[in-house]
Design a protein around this ligand. Sequence first.
Ligand code: CUA
Length: 256
Amino acid sequence: MHGTERKVLFVSLTLMLVFTALLVYASKGLGITLPTCNDRIVPFTEAKVIPKENDQFEVHYVARMWSFEPAELILPENADVDMYFSAVDVQHGFIVPDTNLNVMLVPGAVNFAHHRFNKKGEYLVVCHEYCGLNHHNMMSKIKVLASAEYTQKMQEMAAKTASAAEKLLDDRQCSSCHTTDGSEGLGPTLKGLYGARRTMTDGTQITVDEKYIIESIRDPDKHIVQGYDPGSMPPPDQPLTDEEINEIISYIKSLK
Ligand code: CUA
């Protein structure tokens, strides 16, 4: 073998080893992963932000012509986020400049990416897959706040939701029979209701969950708790929208 050949072989093999080591380091040491398509998850149409322990989050992004949901994602600094993506109509893109987030959102499939937001600030999300007339306007925001700021923002938002829900309960005259402070009313109190186990007039036991609350609002006589009379609650004169019901459910959940 020629001396130069030997050198070239040595250099190429060394480089290959270095590159492989760097790849292993990036994935194991730095935790950098590539966006992947996950065919074991059923595609979803509802956006969700699920806070978990230690600044971990699970976010479900839904893309449709021509918006992303959540339109604004608020996170604390160093949030460690598992992101799932789905599209309801056509293919969309999801790219966040200055990060390695670059995902394709495909109808009928769920894509996954993981990202840790180390730097606070506002991140712009844009759609980079041509998806029709308003493609150029399709964007959303990710706001990463300092930890204290984030806590304050969440408290403000919770207070806002609570006051909106209280107003809704007043407007629909729910609060004339259902108290929110645990005191007795014509109907069961909403305080501590969520997750509680109740005995119905027919002797069955029900754990109060979202389904129970929805059924009880839409069809008040479907389940009657022991000690209360059927027919006391008129069904709403105008049906509540899904959004209004969700507002009430999250409010009831907060009344512990
Ligand atoms: Cu969505 Cu382009």
